[in-house]
Design a binder for this molecule. Structure first.
Ligand SMILES: [Fe+2]
Length: 199
């Protein structure tokens, strides 16, 4: 679920703050104050719903936040947010594993193109630099994600793009898994906060 709304100020601040962690890239134009240390949201929010893993998960992905490697082409998107517990407290060191199709709608089932995992920083944040997944028959546009708080269970779910024509025809689509996607001078910024139980 999306916990609070984007603001340009907050967005750039997120990049600035994220840049202090070694695995997280610095936003090139970060120059504004950081986000609040904890997101503003209600107590006892619903857990992020689980969805099917699908047929293309590969375990043991590399630990990396930047999936733009080895000639990956496509529209760039920064996917970022928090891992939170049901009381809206950030979860540090939560595993976030991302995998998705390339711009042509194909998964790499031999290697690890467009696959990677990272752990949230001390304030519960994650950031991936990747591309917008292409479409493939039978599905709307989506990311696949696994999230696990330290010692907790694994949440397997998917994230969706607002305004995507295929959303209404997709039998798996869940509007509570829509990212908040903004355009920032041609670069897309997708925000989603995962709510999971602590271990
Ligand atoms: Fe998929």
């Amino acid at each position: 679920m999306t916990i609070f709304r984007w603001s340009r100020r907050g967005l750039l601040g997120f990049g600035l703050a994220a840049g202090s962690a070694s695995i997280l890239p610095r936003h090139p134009r970060a120059a504004t104050p950081a986000l609040p240390l904890t997101p503003v949201c209600a107590e006892a929010d619903d857990l992020t719903p689980a969805q099917t893993e699908g047929p293309y998960f590969t375990p043991n992905s590399p630990e990396r936040g930047n999936l733009i490697v080895d000639g990956i082409d496509g529209a760039r998107i920064r996917l970022a947010g928090f891992a939170l517990d049901p009381h809206c407290r950030p979860i540090a060191s939560a595993l976030i594993d991302l995998w998705h199709a390339d711009a042509a709608g194909a998964y790499d089932n031999q290697g690890y193109r467009l696959r990677g995992h990272q752990f949230t920083d001390a304030e519960g944040r994650y950031v991936f630099e990747t591309i917008v997944p292409g479409l493939y028959p039978g599905r709307t546009r989506h990311f696949h994600v696994k999230v696990q708080a330290p010692g907790g269970g694994v949440l397997t779910t998917q994230l969706y793009f607002p305004g995507e024509p295929g959303n209404q025809r997709d039998r798996i689509f869940d509007k509570s898994l829509l990212m908040d996607v903004r355009d920032d001078n041609g670069a897309q910024l997708g925000r989603f906060d995962f709510v999971v139980a602590r271990g």
